[in-house]
Write a protein that binds this ligand. Structure first.
Ligand code: FEO
Ligand code: CA
Ligand code: CA
Length: 634
């Protein structure tokens, strides 16, 4: 079908200048820090203003759009590895020894497959751009790239108990303290903030599902204390100085064919007795025939306080259980917060949570329960350019005992099924969703969906066999001149269609290097320019372009003019884009370098970043700065 007749109603969208005027005149009911934050947001030179309508504000020359063994960044920039898998996190961690790994060492070292990066300034609330904490998710492990003698198909069968224990310790999160000295970022050794969170770290459960029978296990008869967090993909920062980490593909760790009352719910999440890991052989809790409720303890958003290394992480069940890609928080003018989160699977949904109470930006301790009370919604995209948020509330419409929902706990545990019954719009893998800090518009990455048939296309998912994905722009209703992320109705349109030029839809001046496939995560720089990271998976080989970072303006004459900024090494996907508040550092996460067909520990497709004989590829966090010290992208 034509890609040009997608349901869009531009007349419903306020102009950009109107939005800026509204933002400048917005009444700040929060006071204090919030007022300062709001003013700061609109004080930046906006792209349109900076451009003076003469040319794009993103003036960098593009990076090579080609796959190499190492990474490549735009000319005039430095990209240096800050920390790699196996590097010291805790002061007493041993040096990395790829042939002498142990679970005890890994639990003190940087974990595998870095994904979300959260930069939290030091001191807290300071806005410092040269000193802070970096919170890092370790999403998953690639046993065949971590240990000798294995291939990709051996993950669930040949991995030993000891290797499985290393894998458990390589999951979770790291918190590191970092400092920029003479233009270069370094990890602070012996930091009091340094922390590893693994599958041994105890976490509390809060919200409607806390203590529910469906969360109880032999090890935890309370249903309120979970060991660890699984498959932490992306996440988000909260305005009160914590982070949310998103549990995504938790199903792949569980062995055993589900039976009994949880079987259907597990199946809806892909838990069908075909694990990708060996853990079920060694640990009862990863075998659903022994612990049928253990999977119900994963698939949540988990709140972590990086400023207190002793603080127990909390699984916030009010935000629903599904394959959370990320979680991004925005403060509304009335002080309530909205959290956007996509469910990254083909034909799954976009969700939004709105808090009942107001955030307290002057006393962070007062926000401890903010994400426990509120309403979870799911998105319905109408063909006429409207978006409706459908509330997932027990007792509302079909969410009743006749359909197997007996409380709000059931609704959040089976959020997907609740969303099905409410009539949400099945999307092409909704991944990261973030709000532009300058305009208030919301952007959703739809990575791809090769399973969508022609008869299943709709306005918001306009392509059958959607190999390359697309980006959707959502505009909240305006209330008193401000974008209201609590509103029940938004408008939406397709911002870009990914794919090679000619197949995709970008600004017409996009170069041959500016096309992307599989938009996954995103970040906004302080000027409100959109930076997209990609994850093509195995399609990297057929597309023959690297994963990496693309930058573009979202408003004005250069809207959706995509430029390629940074290329991952072979086999890697790009994760974690995060700017410092001054826009002068872009942190990115190079995830699974060398994850190509046939690539192994013994014969990897790249040995990034060390390139030493015998050293396997190592997932790495990279700090990108401009050689002249300027703003990234300028
Ligand atoms: Fe973990 Fe959806 O990427
Ligand atoms: Ca992702
Ligand atoms: Ca991904």
């Amino acid at each position: 079908m034509s890609n040009d007749d997608i349901g869009v109603n531009p007349s419903t969208e306020p102009s950009f200048s109107a939005l800026v005027d509204m933002a400048l005149s917005r009444r700040t009911v929060l006071g204090g820090i919030a007022a300062a934050a709001l003013v700061r947001q609109v004080d930046f030179s906006t792209p349109a203003r900076a451009a003076g309508m003469a040319g794009p504000s993103l003036t960098f020359a593009e990076a090579p759009h080609s796959i190499g063994e190492s990474h490549q960044v735009a000319p005039g920039y430095d990209a240096s590895v800050l920390i790699r898998w196996g590097d010291k996190v805790l002061a007493d961690a041993p040096s990395f020894d790829p042939l002498g790994q142990s679970a005890a060492a890994q639990a003190r070292q940087f974990g595998y497959n870095n994904d979300f990066l959260g930069y939290c300034p030091l001191p807290a609330g300071s806005g410092a751009s040269d000193h802070g904490l970096l919170v890092v998710n370790h999403e998953y492990t690639d046993s065949w790239l971590m240990f000798p003698g294995l291939t990709e198909k051996d993950g669930a069968t040949k991995v030993t108990r000891e290797q499985a224990q290393i894998e458990l310790a390589a999951h979770g999160l790291s918190v590191i303290e970092i400092r920029k000295l003479n233009g270069h970022w370094r990890v602070v050794e012996d930091s009091a903030y340094a922390r590893r969170i693994t599958l041994d770290t105890a976490m509390a459960v809060s919200g409607p599902a806390a203590g529910h029978d469906r969360l109880k296990t032999k090890d935890d008869p309370s249903g309120r204390l979970v060991l660890g967090t699984l498959n932490n993909c992306a996440g988000g920062l909260t305005p009160w100085g914590t982070i949310l980490t998103a549990e995504e593909n938790f199903h792949q760790y569980f062995a055993g064919v589900p039976q009994g009352p949880e079987a259907a719910a597990h199946k809806r999440l892909g838990l069908v007795g075909k694990p990708e890991y060996s853990w079920g052989q060694y640990f009862d809790r990863f075998d659903v025939t022994r612990e049928p409720n253990e999977p119900n303890r994963f698939g949540w958003l988990v709140e972590v306080d990086p400023y207190d290394p002793k603080a127990q992480p909390v699984k916030r069940t009010a935000l629903g259980r599904f394959k959370h890609e990320a979680a991004n928080v925005v403060v509304n003018a009335n002080g309530r917060v909205s959290v956007y989160s996509g469910d990254d699977e083909r034909f799954e949904y976009l969700y939004r949570f709105v808090s009942r109470d107001r955030v307290d930006l002057l006393n962070r301790a007062n926000n401890r329960r903010l994400l426990d009370d509120g309403i979870l919604y799911v998105a319905k995209f109408h063909a006429d350019g409207r978006l409706t948020w459908l509330p997932l509330i027990f007792g509302n419409g079909p969410l009743n005992p006749g359909n197997g929902f007996h409380s709000q706990a059931d609704v959040v545990i089976e959020a997907r099924r609740a969303a099905d019954l409410m009539g949400a719009t099945p999307m092409d893998r909704p991944e990261d969703v973030e709000t532009n800090p300058v305009t208030g518009k919301v952007y959703m990455m739809c990575t791809n969906n090769t399973n969508r048939k022609a008869e299943q296309t709709d306005a918001a998912n306009p392509r059958a066999n959607n190999v390359h994905g697309h980006v959707i722009e959502m505009v909240p209703a305006m209330v008193d001149g401000q974008p209201d992320h609590t509103a029940l109705d938004y408008t939406w349109s397709v911002f870009l269609l990914a794919g090679p030029k000619g197949q995709g839809r970008y600004h017409p001046e996009t170069s041959e290097s500016g096309w992307m496939s599989a938009p996954d995560n995103l970040a906004f720089d302080p000027a409100g320019r959109l930076w997209i990271s990609t994850d093509q998976g195995s399609a990297q080989a057929t597309n023959n372009i690297p994963d990496g970072m693309y930058a573009m303006e979202t408003e004005g004459p250069f809207r959706a003019l995509s430029k390629f900024f940074y290329a991952c090494p072979r086999g890697a996907e790009m994760c974690g884009p995060m700017f410092t508040p001054d826009g002068k550092t872009l942190f990115v996460a190079v995830q699974h370098p060398g994850e190509n067909k046939g690539s192994t520990f013994d014969a990897p497709s790249t040995r990034f970043p060390d390139f030493q004989p015998g050293m396997p590829p190592r997932p790495s966090v990279v700090a990108i700065t401009k050689k002249d010290g300027g703003v990234i992208g300028s």
